[in-house]
Design a protein. Sequence first.
Length: 151
Amino acid sequence: MTQSNTFKKVCLAILCMIAVTLYSCKKNDTATPTSAQISLLTSGTWKIYKLEFQNSNGSWTTVAIPSIETNATISFNKDNTYFGSYTGSSGNGSWKFSADYSQLYLVNPNNNYSASFQVNVLTQSTLQIQVAGAVAVNGTTYYAERDTFIQ
């Protein structure tokens, strides 16, 4: 199976899940993440597995995880706090889902850090998040970053 076919199947599966979710839900302006989604996110420690960057043509390039980040982890707690670490550094703060569960927001008031990540995959074993925006890596400018974590 080619990488393109695999990507198409993953996208189709995600679209099907979104369609089922949208079809089965009534409109609710005060929607909150389901307990299942929160349980998945808070089920343990997530370890970095794959780091990818989007090229100008839309394709993705997998890059080697820098040695300082090979042991990067993040844990989400049910009280909406998180703790992340990698070699020589750590941080904590708060997290929340967007009303439609498609975004994960992280805030660390101690170092003025806040970020919004698109949630591409959230299962018992995989968390894949994506952030849009120009990213320069080794002299190359990419258009988005996609990080995959595993448990």
